[in-house]
Design a protein around this ligand. Sequence first.
Ligand code: NDP
Ligand code: 2IT
Length: 451
Amino acid sequence: MAVSDHVNLEQFMAGVEKRNPGQTEFIQAVREVAQDIFDFIEDKEEYHEAQILRRIAEPDRVVSFRVCWEDDNHNIRVQRGWRVQNNNAIGPYKGGIRFHPSVTESVLKFLAFEQTFKNSLTGLPMGGGKGGSNFNPKGKSDAEVMRFCQSFMTELYRHIGPETDVPAGDIGVGGREIGYMFGQYKRITNRWEGVLTGKGIEYGGSQMRPEATGYGAVYFLQNMLKHKGDSIEGKTAVISGSGNVATHAAEKIVQLGGKVLTLSDSGGFIHDPDGIDQDKIDWIKHLKNVKRGRISEYADHFTNASFHEDKRPWDVPCDVALPCATQNELNEDEAKELVSNGVIAVSEGANMPTTLEGVKVFHDAKIMYAPGKAANAGGVAVSGLEMSQNSERISWNHERLGDMLTELMEGIHGKCVEFGDNGDGYVDYVKGANIAGFKKVADAMLAFGVV
Ligand code: NDP
Ligand code: 2IT
């Protein structure tokens, strides 16, 4: 096929939209990648001929199933579960499980698509997948969560395996849920194997996994600042979310001498002008993981702090911003507000938290901007190390894994600079992450021929 016969970006996207009607998050994620890949493959006929991007943007399979469970009042409840296995060219499918009422097939397809590029960037042998359910764990008893997790795994187990697909946590799925799901997998299959990551330390989990995503997002930020001769020391940080990723990002900012001003949940954000230090972070971890309370309670407990109901934290002036809650939580106007308040760098702990219009604002203003697929890859990278430890039946210590995480994030930053440096001193980290992530998967797919 002659180069001039290739479809252009808009024709390609029209096809994606036609094949995935109403799947707005998935279409958004594909567009963000496609615009960079089209430039990259313009003169690379082999990728066109093999229709590589078209194939990566079509999940290998989407499994959808009913999850039936009984609540504490003996009502029978029915939820929908999914596993999206996007691409396993470079390793078994790998990616988290999300339990949240906003979960749809579109959300999981976007996450599995993004995961494919993220996992490739880590340099470890992992393909891309994602799963979840529209189950809402909020307000449910432990027993209800256990029954739901067991029912979910009773279907999921036949689609996963340590060499096939290895799920982990994501929004609404932490240590408690992984424990219930792993227990059920083991009961059904009679096999103890590394089929899930994010496990408890007692039963094959890895040191550093709980911290890895948040710490990694801050290491990525540190690498971006270092590239410009700067550091985190003395910087103010605005962070959204108050879950696994947000609390560990806050912790690492504090450890590196920065000051954390905000955290949030779906009810609003808290602003603490005194800074959210380690003791306060520990208080929040207890509030969220043990009491399962709301972030608004922080403002009742710590005197100078304020709670802003139903608001997001992006109008609080800061040097660096870390969106660590969910997709599309930072829009064009909020990006403009951050820029006009002098933000110098944004590092995404969450997946696709900034809208396409918001990303353009950061790029136009030449802000250092790290997309989630690069900045939050530390979590899945340590999941990859958990898989290695399980296979070898050994466990590495905290210090060693900390060093490995630091090195992995430095490596990902380096790849983004290699493929994203525009030659004018400004690094387009989105382009760098997309191209570096794409290339490895694409070359593996070329080796397989038409499959
Ligand atoms: P958690 O469930 O631990 O925490 C999620 C946080 O985000 C909570 O504070 C939650 O508030 C808030 N949140 C969730 N949905 C919304 C919403 N619709 N609007 C406002 N706030 C919301 O999840 P994680 O910390 O694990 O995940 C956060 C982000 O990081 C997600 O985008 C996830 O995909 C991404 N990520 C996670 C990784 C991991 O290892 N866990 C790895 C890489 C990326 P509330 O309590 O009110 O729901
Ligand atoms: O989005 C993500 O990278 C995760 N939720 C973690 C996936 C994993 O397999 O550890």
